[in-house]
Design a protein around this ligand. Structure first.
Ligand SMILES: Nc1ncnc2c1ncn2[C@@H]1O[C@H](COP(=O)(O)OP(=O)(O)OP(=O)(O)O)[C@@H](O)[C@H]1O
Length: 316
């Protein structure tokens, strides 16, 4: 069974498109990365899956339960963890009280263990927490009932690099225990660290779905090279070189590279190389491939038919 399944899922806010015709499935045990630029529809997808907003079209199931069937979804959500990007809390409550509250609602199988890993200052009121501590508390609340599926909306935004790494490691361990993840992000490097497959959403529509390695291979690397003397662009007409840029008369060049490294390094032997940087393609560049490529739908800006507002938007 798929942990998440959507078919033609659509949500309009009045006339504003949130998501349109999303169809995808996340098999049990997979870490599915959901990538897209700001405003693409990631949060709308998550809010629809969690029943916070009602879809205006299509359907979705979470752990086999229809997201528009309130009772069924409540049942499913006992086995779901949700980690929002900006967790909202009762600011006057202590972390400890919130943990107790969530324990009453969903059960508590591992808050002590989680607090050792993500040490939020639970005796203090949440209103006094730093952004990072709020996020750490949110992690404890999302995982304390040992859910089968965890839905995370840009979960590392407020965490320092050490805590980000801890969360990635934790996700990998939980995946090994069979937990399924839906991981929304706009950071390609973190998606690479933890995800098996990614879906790319743009203007409310899914424009690609593929394995992380395939995506990265296709995206290539950004190469910057500095050489003695000046660079002649004609010298860089190699297989796999795209978007070549150089300042005339200067010894610096920059390009996207999807070719074989051996061929590139052989070629660079013709120069005295001062400097060489090879780094992962920025996510914006990866997105641009889908913006310009054939997989991008031509009518992405226009709704197919007059949408209706759903109402019934309740936040949990
Ligand atoms: N409550 C709302 N009322 C009206 N329009 C909304 C509402 N929430 C989202 N939208 C619109 O829906 C579209 C998708 O927004 P959404 O927040 O889902 O994107 P996102 O990918 O999560 O972006 P971000 O990374 O910036 O959070 C945007 O055009 C946004 O303006």
């Amino acid at each position: 069974m798929s942990a998440i399944e959507t078919s033609g899922l659509t949500k309009y806010y009045g006339d504003t498109r949130g998501i349109e015709d999303l169809s995808f499935s996340v098999p049990e045990g997979e870490v599915f990365g959901f990538l897209g630029p700001n405003g693409a529809g990631k949060t709308t997808t998550i809010r629809t899956l969690l029943g916070f907003v009602a879809p205006t079209g299509g359907s979705a199931t979470v752990l086999g339960r229809d997201v528009t069937d309130e009772d069924a979804l409540i049942e499913a959500k006992r086995r779901v963890g949700y980690l929002p990007s900006h967790p909202g809390f009762d600011e006057g409550a202590t972390g400890r009280r919130l943990i107790r509250y969530h324990a009453d609602l969903k059960g508590d199988r591992r808050s002590d263990e989680l607090l050792e890993l993500f040490d939020a200052p639970v005796e203090r009121e949440v209103g006094e927490y730093s952004t990072g501590n709020r996020q750490k508390l949110a992690i404890v609340l999302a995982f304390m009932h040992d859910p089968d599926l965890v839905i995370m909306d840009e979960p590392t935004s407020g965490l320092d690099p050490l805590m980000q790494e801890r969360l990635y490691e934790f996700v990998r361990e939980e995946k090994a225990r069979g937990t399924t993840f839906f991981f929304s992000s706009h950071v390609l490097s973190e998606v690479r660290k933890v995800c098996d497959r990614v879906g790319i959403i743009r203007d409310g529509r899914l424009v690609a779905r593929e394995g992380v390695e395939e995506l990265l291979d296709r995206s290539g690397k950004r190469v910057r090279v500095g050489v003695e003397g000046s660079v002649d662009p004609a010298d860089f007409e190699l297989a796999g070189v795209h978007d070549f840029e150089t300042d005339p008369g200067r010894g610096d060049a920059s390009f996207m590279f999807t070719g074989e490294y051996d061929a590139l390094l052989d070629h660079l032997r013709n120069y005295r190389v001062r400097d060489l940087e090879i780094e992962e393609a920025p996510l914006e560049d990866v997105f641009m491939q889908f913006y310009d490529g054939e997989s991008a739908p031509a009518d992405a800006g226009t709704p197919a038919q007059s949408p209706t507002s759903s109402g019934g938007e309740t936040d949990a």
